[in-house]
Design a protein around this ligand. Structure first.
Ligand code: PLP
Length: 453
């Protein structure tokens, strides 16, 4: 009888991150300034520590994980790989379904994997304080935890509507010692200007990013930190996929399909990038990126240069995007509401190495509830997108009688999202696909930016 869970011992934890950049089918396009000129390390230095800037463009395939980072990751890592026997039985599928559980981290998602690494490099370069933004609070809580362990201050600009409607993540951040402000605040020029025009502004992720960036750029002791999208963030997350490779080997498995959800793309990158080299060598493994239909950057967006944020403070990157002014409707999977996607994940989709698909929220919650009722664990609304796709693939296996091995990147638990489950349970969730014409209009309004070489 096969095991329910495959554990790795701490001594078998990966000691290096996998950097996909040297294995890409073509070189990465550089980040740009608004005039089309290329952004260099000096431009990023006010915001990020030099080591992270180096990692962003590194051509080294393997990068050593410092011992001080491993020590903290070992609080919860290696995370378990579970076999979803009960879900398989419920679906009457011959497929073997596994899930890699990142809900076991202190903050409840994959995000501390990079928060700890980023806090470490900031601390090492003498930074005293980190400023960041958070929407629903997943990233803010991961960074609050990481900063506390490295004895640094953490200031979080939290979108006002979430600050007021979702107090529990804020309380978690404050318990870990962070200062959390409802954005827009009267602490930055950006915030003051917005409040002067609209004192009741609910805030947005774009505004919160602009406030955090301004805070970091205007103080010598402070840097900025981003929880997704960037290359170094994707790289820090590969510890999950590298653990998974070892665990699948122990189980005697070769995965046929790996699924993950995509907001900015970091958990998907972390789960799947270590499997890309075998795919490039001809393996038939399928890597499936799943997003919500209301924010369909990979499935309906354009592959082009665009700003990373609404406030146009972040670098311009080549990626799949819906346009930096795109404001997705308020679905419960708050972590998936980003207008763009990681440039690395975008390139792999463009080249056909990664497949993408989108779902509306009701089928995702239906899958999440089925998962909770069979496997017990309550998925985050973001994670439910990956579960939906895995279930659909397992149902296909039932029809074709194929015993495929399907692995789910279980990015986090949903214990702070019970209001969303209540809405689903009482039939109040609305399905929404963003209209194609509106996406086209948003993209048409975007300035065309081309690199000046
Ligand atoms: C933030 C978050 C995501 C989406 O972010 P990515 O960078 O795409 O990984 C997905 N799942 C959970 C649980 C999250 O907290």
């Amino acid at each position: 009888m096969a095991d329910n869970k495959i554990f790795l011992s701490e001594k078998d934890m990966p000691q290096k991150w996998y950097n996909i950049i040297p294995d890409l089918p073509e070189p990465m396009s550089p980040y740009l300034k608004p005039d089309g000129s290329i952004i260099g390390p000096a431009d990023l230095a006010p915001l990020f520590p030099m080591e992270l800037i180096k990692q962003e463009v590194s051509q080294e395939r393997w990068i050593e994980i410092p011992d001080d980072i491993l020590k903290i990751l070992k609080i919860w890592r290696p995370s378990p790989l579970h076999r979803a026997f009960n879900l398989e039985k419920e679906l009457k599928t011959p497929a073997r379904i596994y899930f890699k559980n990142e809900g076991v981290s202190p903050a409840g998602s994959h995000k501390p994997n990079t928060a700890v690494a980023q806090a470490y490099y900031n601390k090492k370069e003498g930074v005293k304080r980190i400023a960041t933004e958070t929407g629903a609070g997943q990233w803010g809580s991961a960074l609050s935890f990481a900063c506390k362990l490295f004895d640094m201050e953490c200031t979080v600009y939290m979108v006002k509507v979430s600050y007021e409607q979702k107090p529990y993540r804020r309380i978690l951040m404050e318990t870990w010692g962070a200062n959390v402000f409802a954005s827009p605040t009267n602490k930055t020029k950006t915030g003051k200007a917005i409040l002067a025009k609209d004192p009741n502004c609910n805030g947005s992720l774009g505004i919160a990013i602009s406030e955090a960036v301004e805070d970091a750029a205007s103080r010598e002791d402070t840097k900025y930190s981003l929880g997704s999208v960037l290359n170094h963030v994707c790289m820090h997350q590969t510890i999950m996929g590298l653990e998974m490779q070892k665990q699948l080997q122990i189980a005697g498995e070769k995965p046929d399909i790996i699924v993950g959800c995509v907001g900015g793309g970091s958990n998907f990158a972390g789960f799947t990038f270590p499997f890309v080299p075998e795919k490039l060598k001809g393996s038939k493994i399928r890597l499936i990126a799943v997003e919500p239909t209301c924010c369909p950057s990979l499935t309906k967006g354009d592959y082009r240069y665009d700003y990373g944020d609404t406030g146009k403070m972040a670098p311009i990157a080549l990626m799949y995007t819906l346009g930096h002014d795109f404001v997705p409707p308020g679905i419960h999977a708050g972590g998936l509401r980003y207008h763009g996607a990681s440039p690395l994940v975008s390139m792999l989709v463009k080249k056909g190495i990664v497949e993408s698909r989108a779902y509306t929220q009701n089928p995702c919650f239906e899958a999440a509830v089925l998962f909770a009722r069979t496997e017990g664990y309550l998925p985050a609304p973001e994670t439910s997108h990956a579960i939906r796709a895995a279930i659909d693939e397992a149902i296909k296996c039932r029809e074709t009688k194929e015993a495929k091995c399907i692995v789910i990147g279980f990015s986090g638990h949903g214990h702070f999202d019970l209001a969303a489950y209540e809405n689903y349970n009482s039939g109040k969730l609305v399905d929404y696909a963003y209209p194609e014409e509106k996406i086209k209009a948003s993209l048409k309004a975007m300035p065309v930016i081309t690199p000046k070489m």
